[in-house]
Ligand binder design. Structure first.
Ligand code: NDP
Length: 263
């Protein structure tokens, strides 16, 4: 029996165990997936191996720490320095990022977007910004503090902190901050959020399973919005494919994981 886990702080809200266990159980793959509440990200690697894990997902706030913990990083995770999926390959920790492609899947229904504003500058924001830039989409980033904006400037995004924010029109605004996850906060002061919402066609939140204060405001203003559930599904399907090392078909994984959302 293989063991998989999700590391995070907080982690009790995570739907990942339900999603992955639904795939394992219904496709007769001998594995089990659990949650690990990890406060100190620097303990990620030793915890991973001491639990005898075959693979793991990593959530807030440890994705950048996960990148540092890897023996080898592959694919898009290398471009962004952010890892959300870990695989134990013969005792070596291999890191991947499935968040960005998961998000592209989630926003397909909005049609073509040319211009996005990302709220937040953490691991998820990095992954999305780099992925959007790859597709030639113009990216602006608004973050509470200045420090984490350096990466975005370097890759060619326009950046603002709360003091330097300027009004502009966007096709899509995405909340990637953890504001609203375990509190009732907006991702930026209300005057800024009102202005942002007055100037966008679509809104998305990476947080799932609740209507965040940000999405509530978007709903009140009749803006088309979605929470992070489809992003979660997209990243989960791609992570599971890595966990089972192609022993299951992608379409079957997707079908079973989708089923878990109605449980
Ligand atoms: P990080 O810890 O890397 O980054 C968090 C960001 O949020 C930072 O920019 C931080 O700003 C900002 N922030 C934190 N608290 C506040 C606040 N109260 N007000 C304004 N800004 C704040 O987190 P991740 O990028 O890993 O994750 C971010 C969110 O996305 C989480 O809620 C996570 O659950 C969700 N997520 C969902 C996924 C899905 O599949 N649906 C996948 C990935 C993530 P500062 O730099 O100033 O500290």
């Amino acid at each position: 029996m293989k063991l998989f886990a999700i590391f995070g702080d907080p982690v009790s809200h995570s739907r990942s165990p339900l999603m992955h266990n639904c795939v394992f159980k219904n496709l007769n793959y001998k594995a089990c997936y659990t949650r690990v509440h990890l406060k100190d990200g620097s303990k990620l690697k030793e915890t991973f191996f001491s639990l005898g894990l075959s693979g793991a997902n990593v959530t807030v706030p440890h994705k950048e720490e996960a990148y540092k913990a890897c023996d080898e990083v592959r694919g898009f995770a290398k471009t962004v320095g952010v890892v959300n999926t870990l695989v134990n390959e013969n005792g070596r920790l291999i890191g991947y990022n499935t968040d960005a492609d998961g998000f592209m899947y989630a926003i397909e229904e909005f049609g073509k977007v040319n211009n996005v504003l990302i709220l937040g500058a953490g691991g998820t924001a990095k992954a999305l910004a780099s992925r959007f830039m790859q597709d030639g989409i113009k990216v602006s980033v608004l973050n509470r503090s200045e420090g984490r904006l350096a990466y975005f400037k370097e890759i060619g995004c326009e950046t603002f902190n709360w003091d330097t924010y300027k009004t502009a029109k966007y096709d899509l605004v995405i909340n990637t901050t953890s504001a609203g996850l375990k509190d009732e906060e907006l991702p930026a002061p209300k005057e800024i959020i009102n202005d942002v919402l007055a100037n966008t066609s679509f809104v998305a939140d990476a947080i799932y399973g609740k209507l965040t204060p940000f999405l509530k405001l978007a709903q009140e203003k009749n803006i088309t919005f979605k929470d992070g559930a489809d992003m979660l599904l997209g990243q989960g399907v791609l992570a599971n494919e890595l966990f089972v090392d192609k022993k299951l078909k992608l379409e079957d994984i997707k079908t079973q994981m989708k089923r878990s959302f109605s449980l």
